[in-house]
Design a protein around this ligand. Structure first.
Ligand SMILES: [Zn+2]
Length: 82
């Protein structure tokens, strides 16, 4: 099988993490976005970090509806420490 021409290059964890905010705010476009998505899908560390950032940024309001008490507790502690 032939590889696609537009192959997304691998980026480092630091580069991925540095793009989280832009990605969450939907400012990240094109290649930068593809590189980040690729990295997150392959890197468990960054996936976890990303999910956490995402939670903080856009899902806080959904906490009241969640059944995940452990996560809820974790988030409440975190919010309290901010
Ligand atoms: Zn990573």
């Amino acid at each position: 099988m032939k590889k696609k021409k537009t192959e997304v290059k691998a980026i480092k964890c630091e580069e991925a993490v540095a793009r989280f905010n832009d990605f969450l705010d939907d400012y990240l476009k094109g290649k930068s976005r593809e590189e980040l998505v690729k990295h997150i899908s392959e890197c468990r560390d960054c996936m976890e970090k990303y999910e956490f950032e995402q939670l903080l940024k856009s899902k806080v309001h959904q906490l009241a509806a969640t059944d995940d008490n452990a996560m809820k507790e974790k988030m409440e502690k975190l919010m309290a420490s901010l």
